[in-house]
Design a protein around this ligand. Sequence first.
Ligand code: ZN
Length: 76
Amino acid sequence: MKITVLEESIRRRQADGCTICPRCGRSMKPRLHTNALSRQLAGIYVCDDCGMDEALRALARCPLPLKEWRAARAEK
Ligand SMILES: [Zn+2]
């Protein structure tokens, strides 16, 4: 799946009120904007654990490939 398609699909789901983390598949906090903003996908929220993991991986210059995100694996 193309990243832009995946990104758009996640963005639409989050706009519709979905609070499942697109990165790990676990529940996020019910108020979407209180969760972490992804560093990898602009404007997309991830759970706090994933936000922290993204930050650490960014420091190590080893981001989790988008194809490994739960949302990408679920739509194959
Ligand atoms: Zn997560």
